[in-house]
Structure formats: C-alpha cells, structure tokens
Design a protein around this ligand. Structure first.
Ligand code: UDP
Length: 262
C-alpha cells in the first residue's frame, strides 16, 4: 500500500474493517501467491527492529492492521490521521463470515489440539456452511513440517489462519510461504483461537470501545506485564517524536519567512 504510515520503527495501513475485508477478497480473487496480514501494536515497535528477519517480514507484509489503541493514537499524533481499530480477532471472524458467504476454503493452524478443535467447531456453529477444510494444532515439530505443508496444500485452502503467537507465526509465514500452493491469505491471529474456544475471555465490549482491551488482558493475565511494560515508553517516544517534528517545522517556517523578508 502506498499510503502506509510510518509509526516510529514500524508501519501500519490506514484501513478500517470494511477496507481490510475488501483487501482480503481482492487477495483471494486476484492474487496468485499467499498474502500476509499481521497485526500492529506498540509491543511490536520494540521487538521488530531488533530482529532483521522480522523487520523484513513486516516491511514486506501485504496488510498491516491497526490492532492496538496505542497505534491508533500514535497515527493521530504523528500524522494527524484518524484510524479506527481493526483488532485481529475481529478481522478473523469477519473473514470467516465472508468465507461462509463466498465458500472460501479455510485451514486453521495453531493453539493446542483441544483449543484448535473447539474453536473450529464453534466457528462452524456460528457460520453454518463455513468450509474448514483442514486444521492442525500449533505444536508441530520442524521435522514434521513437510507433512503439514503437504496437508495444507492437499486441502486446497485459500485462507490460512496462523495461531502460533507473535513472532512465531510471522516467522513461520516467511519460512514456508513459497511452499504454499493454494493459500492466498494468511492471517496471524495470535491467541484468538483461545478466546473463540472460550479458554480465554476477551474484554467486554465497553472495555474494547474505550480502547482498554490491553488493560483488561493485563488484569486477567498479569504475566503479560513483561510484554506490556513497553507501553509507557512507547507513549513517551511518540510524544517526543511529535515535539521534534514540531520543532523542525518551526525552524523551517522561520527560515522561509527570513527568506521572504530579505
Ligand atoms: N502456540 C502454538 N504453538 C507454539 C506456541 C504457541 O500454537 O509453539 C499458541 C498458543 O497455544 C496460543 C497462541 O499460540 O494459542 C499464543 O497466544 P498469545 O495470546 O500469546 O499470542 P499473541 O496474540 O499475544 O501473539
């Protein structure tokens, strides 16, 4: 996308849910290769630049959705662009709704066996006619990967959901994308299957609408603090970057007016 926004160290595409879904449809109908969809949130601001492989994976991703409220606020502060959140978990179920309507074939890879099975069944119950052509738990050993790839290709799945957590799912995509023959859309969905299966509870709507889903998750799973303690640093760096931008703009304006007066 050429209107991709730079948010400090990484990027985000300025799409809302409908536009993201339209891109998914386009990837499936017109694409001839697997297209990657990854979620962007502040935690990734710090992990991605440290890892050149991951940095390249995100740089070349086909769709980077504004998953977290931190990224939405940063886009507003740094670029004056009003984004709405496109949470990866919501996009995933919308893709399922689209797939049920268009009869697209889905493969679900990730989470433990019990969760993977329960989530697949729940999705079929929610979207009758949903064509889940294959699934696998997320604990396949490297030496068994050729079998998994053969299974995905034999299923002729057009949509592959990767529920391995980040950055494992992004790295898996980078390693195996060239071996996927039928997949056109591959979305990294992290722990979404755990919420669909009912193992983990998502934040109530009100918390989501207030942009406090991260806080709810933190309260429910305090061990996530290690990952989320980057949030205040992220906020400070965004404000600092904005101040530097304003300062640079003021200097440029002064230089301009100086030129006019001379
Ligand atoms: N997982 C997996 N294989 C692995 C490691 C993790 O399938 O080798 C699954 C795990 O069972 C869980 C998900 O990946 O369902 C990770 O969820 P988490 O909420 O940590 O991911 P996030 O959304 O934060 O990236």
């Amino acid at each position: 996308m050429n209107d991709r926004l730079d948010i400090l160290n990484i990027w985000v595409d300025p799409v809302n849910m409908d536009q993201a879904l339209a891109r998914v449809k386009q990837f499936i109908e017109q694409g001839e290769r697997p297209h990657s969809i990854f979620a962007v949130n502040p935690e990734k601001e710090f992990s991605i630049p440290k890892d050149p492989v991951l940095y390249e994976i995100f740089k070349t991703a086909d769709l980077l959705i504004p998953d977290g409220i931190g990224i939405v606020c940063a886009a507003r502060i740094l670029h004056g662009v009003r984004l709405s959140r496109v949470p990866g978990a919501d996009l995933m179920v919308k893709i399922c709704e689209l797939a049920a309507a268009e009869n697209y074939r889905i493969f679900i890879y990730g989470a433990n066996e019990e969760v993977n099975q329960a989530a697949s069944q729940a999705l079929v119950r929610r979207y009758p006619g949903l064509n889940i052509v294959g699934r696998s738990n997320g604990f396949v050993k490297d030496e068994n990967m050729p079998e998994l790839i053969a299974k995905i290709n034999a299923s002729r799945a057009q949509i592959l959901f990767l529920a391995l957590g980040s950055p494992k799912q992004e790295k898996w995509f980078a390693t195996y994308k060239d071996q996927l023959s039928s997949v056109r859309v591959c979305q990294g969905i992290g722990g979404t299957l755990d919420t669909i299966a009912g193992k983990v509870k998502r934040a109530p709507q009100l918390w989501q609408r207030c942009g406090a889903e991260w806080l709810y998750r933190l309260l429910k799973e305090p061990k996530r603090l290690k990952r989320q303690n980057v949030l205040p640093v992220f906020a400070a760096v965004v404000i600092f970057a904005k101040l530097i931008k304003l300062q640079a703009q003021t200097i440029l304006n002064l230089m301009e007016s100086d030129k006019v007066h001379r």
